[in-house]
Design a binder for this molecule. Structure first.
Ligand SMILES: Nc1ncnc2c1ncn2[C@@H]1O[C@H](COP(=O)(O)OP(=O)(O)OP(=O)(O)O)[C@@H](O)[C@H]1O
Ligand SMILES: [Mg+2]
Length: 113
């Protein structure tokens, strides 16, 4: 299992969610966050409202998937979030040792989707 974390532009969220749905990826956590990339918020200010400390408003998606869904999750996020401009965002892939559905006690692949 993998834990896919993506930080994207807020205005790309709807498209990314649509692409994920088309890829049969429905379970997702979305958080409003602030962040800065390698331009440290400076050159990107025309795209997003700038916050304190060079931070810009971003959206973070977290998706736990079985290994076979990793590449389609990446493709969906990239297709939905890519504009070619700086600040399009980044995707991080982490190994995920365990997942437990609290209601049933299921674990692993049974619990993840
Ligand atoms: N190495 C990192 N560690 C933690 N968060 C990061 C990292 N890189 C990017 N982020 C997060 O992703 C957001 C978007 O990053 P961004 O797309 O600006 O990356 P970048 O490396 O500056 O690439 P680009 O040159 O395309 O802008 C940042 O505002 C930050 O929240
Ligand atoms: Mg950047």
């Amino acid at each position: 299992m993998k834990y896919v974390i993506a930080v994207i532009q807020p205005d790309r969220l709807e498209d990314v969610l649509e692409k994920l749905t088309e890829s049969e990826i429905h379970l997702v956590t979305v958080t409003n966050v602030m962040g800065r990339g390698r331009q440290q918020g400076v050159a990107e200010v025309y795209r997003s409202h700038k916050e304190a400390g060079s931070l810009l408003k971003k959206v973070k998606l977290e998706i736990a998937v079985n290994d076979i869904f990793v590449e389609s999750a990446i493709a969906a996020i990239q297709n939905g979030a890519h504009t070619g401009q700086i600040g399009d965002g980044k995707i991080f892939i982490l190994d995920l040792p365990e997942c437990i559905r609290i209601r049933t006690g299921e674990r692993g692949s049974e619990a993840i989707g």
